[in-house]
Design a protein around this ligand. Sequence first.
Ligand code: NAD
Length: 485
Amino acid sequence: MTTYPKVQNYIGGKFVADALTTMEVHSPIDGTKISDLPLSSRSELDQAVAAAEAAFPAWSQMPIKERVQIFFRYRELLIKHRDELAEIVHRENGKTMGESYAEVDKSVELTEFACSMPQLVLGEVMEVSKGVECRTERSPLGVVAFVSPFNFPNMVPHWTVPNALVLGNCMILKPSELVPLSAYRMAELLTEAGLPDGVFNVVNGAREIVEAMCDHPDIKALAFVGSTRVAKIVYRRATSNLKRCVALGGAKNHLLVLPDAHTEMTASNVVASMSGCAGQRCMAAAAMVGVGEIDHIIAKMVEEGKKVVPGQNLGSVISKDAVERIERYIAEAEQAGAKVLLDGRGTVVPGSEGGYYVGPTIIDHVTPDMAIAVEEVFGPVIVIMRAKNIDEAINIENGSNYGNAAAVFTQSGGMARYVQEHASAGMIGVNIGVPVPREPFSFGGWNESKFGVCDITGKSSIEFWTQIKKTTTKWNPEARTNWMS
Ligand code: NAD
């Protein structure tokens, strides 16, 4: 297995090789060590914030059309290094090379959206009273921060970094300590693209850094993506320190499958959604609710599921703990009376015996009260519940604490519309298993899948990363003065 140089923090335009406590980075593909990363403390965060503050005046005063030029160059570098970047994602996260390429391609699209910002962030102007003009413009917030999860080491940082920087902020990124290599490379490529020192900084570490980010008086806004448990901690702590915060959490995405759904399309979509990225997507199909007689679709899903082969078109999960957690959920459901139609437990991939694999798993006759129906399993597992009619199915979906995505599979426009109106989720799919809204539309769930007002990508991110300045002007002394001027 390829190994990588020790990860370093990136502060003020320099990679900093401090003798900090380190942690090993292991590839989930075969469990081997591939690198080390520093476990930084508050003092490294303080240095990064100071560097970002020093960079902010010049960066924020640079016209947006100039700032964006750096990201046009950066986009070219992402494309030039596509193979290498995908390889890093594959090695550190364990997803397949195909999925890793798709992740890098998505980062290119996200960068392209950031490059379009000059066309989107126009201010407004109006004569509000005779001779009196009111104009608005968007200003950056200052030093901002982002905390990312393990499941998309390349793409998720691109949800925030290009937009926040193009809009004139300076940022500190804390990548997941399980997958720090993509962010390290991102810092190198942004430097090569010409980003001024201090505009982007990477501080590696774990919980201590995130807590310090929540508390730091000079960090104006914090975006977080990760589990709901941690999203709640971070949202509470950051907002109690009077910071702007958006914290995206976990998910339990429901798919409502009606008897008239197209059999082949539904089966292949559902299986691709539940098993893609080994089920470690916050948009993965996790709970399917069959409305009426759908046994023919389930039979086809099992057939499709058998084509998903660990180590070939199914990557690993992130850790040994993850394998144990996923297998425990399956065992508990089975003991509670559910029927395992396709069982991914005990998977060993020849040649990668030290890797962390769970095969595709389809479990029928799950009831809404079982833990596997309620909690986020985050593996290639789908549970099937049964409902007599659409309202019963919607009740099951609405009963979830989460609300990232929900999808309906049907050929009836009316039924699709009914589900779209009544599902309690931020992102709805109609005959789509992974309904990610692509740019310029924004990404964000409801309920306990997101805390805070704005979405994290697309046009909504402009609201999050900027504040509006309103200027009222009068140059004409002859203009009549009234109560408005
Ligand atoms: P996680 O919550 O364990 O970790 C996320 C980040 O928080 C990491 O950088 C980690 O270092 C930090 N962290 C962990 N514990 C902390 C604590 N107690 N206090 C402060 N910071 C802490 O999440 P993960 O396991 O890396 O990622 C998987 C989770 O992320 C899943 O729940 C998945 O659904 C979710 N996710 C959600 C979205 C979304 O858009 N809603 C997108 C991707 C992933």
